[in-house]
Structures are given as C-alpha cells and as structure tokens.
Design a protein around this ligand. Sequence first.
Ligand SMILES: [Zn+2]
Ligand SMILES: [Zn+2]
Length: 460
Amino acid sequence: MKKIVLHIPAKMNRALKTAGKEAIEEFVSMFPEYKDSFRIEIRDDANIRGKEISQAEYDAMPDNETKRHCLTSPRGTWLLPHKSMEWYILSSQVSGSDKIDVKKMTTQQSAYVVNDENIEIPICLVNNNLSPSCYGYTGGVIKTKNGVGTEAVSVVVSAKACQNNNELIKTIIIHELGHVFNATHTGRANVVESNGPHCKNHLCIMGASGYPELNRERLRRKQNGNPPFCDECIASMRECMSRMPELTRRVQAQQMPQQPIQTPQPQQTPSVVSKPYSMPVAQQKNPSAMPPLEQWHECLKPEPHNNREWKKDIREFYQNVAARDGDTYKENITSQNYVARIKKTDGSTLEIEANNEYNIALGRTKTPDGDNTPTIQDMRDLVKLAQQKHSGMNFSPDNTPEFNARLLIACLEAHPKIAMKNQPHITPEFLTKLKPETKHHLQTIVNNTQAQLMRQGGRS
Ligand SMILES: [Zn+2]
Ligand SMILES: [Zn+2]
C-alpha cells in the first residue's frame, strides 16, 4: 500500500482541492494493475489543533529540538515543527519575498517522511510562488540504515503560478508524479537534462517546458482515451513501480460478453468496463463493426510510433499457446488494444482482448456445443500468464459464476500457488449456478485441498 497525500493549506479554495485530488486519481488510473495498492488521502490544515500552541504553552516547553524549530504564526501562536503546511511554508520562505524555497521544503518534508518510516508521498498544493522552479518541484532524500537506502520524495505545486487554472494544476501534479515514479531517469533514451531529466518525445507531459501547451495536449489525449505520457515514460514508471515492495500487481480477468445470437436486444447498453485511459475492455462486439478478415494479419509488422511494448509479452504467450495445440493464431494489429483470436481444431475460437497487460478479457465463440465460457484449459493458460508476470489474479465480480468457477479451478490447481483477489465464495448457492461437471470438478479440488490441509495440520 502506498499513500499519496494531498496537503492543502487552510485557506485554499475547495475547487483547487478537488482539482488536486482528481489529478492524483487521473495518474493512478493509468496503472490499473496497481489499483488496489494506492490510497489517496487529503489532509488540510483547517484543523490546526495539535499543530499550533499558545504563547503560554510554548513558554512552558522544555528547551529541546522541538521548541527550537517552532515558528510564530501571523496569529501570534506557535507552530509546532513538521505538523502543518503553514510551518513548512514559513520555514522555507525565501527571505524578503513570498516565494518558497522548494528544495528546502521538499528536503524537510521528505526527511520527516523517511524518519517517520512512513510510506507516503506528500503533494503540497500551495498559494505561493516557488523558487528556483516556477510551477512545481519534486525533491527527496535518501536515508541509509544498515547499508540499505530508503528514498522519500515530496512534491510542491504552485496554484499561484498556474493562475488557479485547475486543469493546468492537474497537468503539473501529474508531471511531478511522473518524476516521483522515475518516468525520466538519467540514462534513458530521449531525455534532456534541464532542471532535472525531462522527456524529449513529442508533447509528452514530461517535457521540460511549455506547460500550458502540454496541458492542452493532456486534455486532447484524454478525450481520445490516451495517457499524457509517452510509451517510454509509461514503461519507466512501470519498471519503477515493479521495484516498490509496497505495491502489488494484479492481473484482472474479465469475461467478454457473449455474442448476441440473432436476437438483438433493443437498446441494450453494452457492458463496458472502461477506464479513463484505456479502451473499453469488455465491450459488446458488434459483428458488423468487425474489421474484414484481410486486416487480420498472421505476419506482424511493427506499428509506427504506436508500437505498444506491453503487447509483446501477451502476443508471444498466446502465439505459443496456439502453436502448442496446433491452432491458428491471428491478431488485429489495427486495434489499439491487444486483440487476438485463436481458431481451434474443433472450429471454436478463443477471443482475447487486453487494453493493457494486466487487464485481459477472454471469450469463446463458434463452439460446437454452444458453451461460450472459456474452457478450464484457457483459464490455466491465463493463470500461467499471470504467474509469468509474477502477478496475482483479480476476479471481476461482473463475470458469470461459470466463468469465475473455471478460473478458480485453474487458480486452485496452480503450482506454484497464485494469489487471488475477489475470488467467489463457494457457497451452495454459487454451486447451483454451475454446470454439473464444473461443480463436480470444483468440489473435488476443494475436498483435496482440505484433505491436504488436514495432513499438514498433523491431525489424524
Ligand atoms: Zn519536471
Ligand atoms: Zn515521455
């Protein structure tokens, strides 16, 4: 679990608070595989109790480190160190101006986080001008203990420099979060050193300047369902997140809605699982909107620019699955999503669609017996894919009981064990919804697992 904490000064207007929160949500939504690992918190200084004390209380304090770092507020009270944004701002004020020394402020705050053994990222939205940077700044410290270095970072963003433009504020916050997760580290390709490493890819939000334009570009891309980061920045951040022990990756399996069988339901809303930055996953496929077969290629050419690196692993995996079973693999490379179809020897097809490497939908069509749920073998393959990615399995509650039961069977059979989330509870009611053979299979596994547990427990 990683906390991203938005700190707001007492007198900040509400709209800015909302903008700050939305920016963090927008950032986190680009990494759905870590959806469960991030927590967003807002701390405002409106409640100052415990953060400031009266003159009399101050006088009564023993002469220690804490007392020496107290600062007087404009109200004549004393601010306790590291307890409020007001203290951080006052202690980092560049003398003779209302500018904040952001290097000092982020160092102070990161040191406090790391000393407190907190795993959180403070983001301070302030109403002051900053120095030496203008819109925002990310700084940090590394604390070494027994030879192990722990890094803490902190972010300051100026609402004043953004002229209280909520969208621009969001752009700056997302840009700074890019720095937090190492989007542009030194040594990466297409990076320029300018007040820290920045991205040279065209209109990527990690650019070194021109933020109003990058803000317009972010909004344009958002409308088209694209992230404001370039592929290289996204890849760097994924790499960084994969090394953070407090984050847990999960593959989310979803069921594709079954193809309508000649009885089109009037005005049925397609079941869409959509995220701000991704194409809908489990969208009802309209057969007439399917690209003609000539556009499905067996021989893959790299797509220009849009060559999404993440597709590689899934592609290779399912190509191998098809080769193993002597089936035909085809992929629609014109789609932004990974869209593939495996035609099996019995004439049925397995349809695979993914909008990122951790969000995968499976469906079956043209089955001789009309069973459109992917087979247990399909599920075993999916589990294997998740294991290759050192990931767990997240069960979508929207799947049918039959789909989730087959997936559960594959997970329970897996060696080594796979972590599960939102898996169905095997209640009598759940079992009644399953096909007899699935029910039997599931019960056998559960009984075996229980027998094993009994033996391990040493009971006779
Ligand atoms: Zn930057
Ligand atoms: Zn970039």
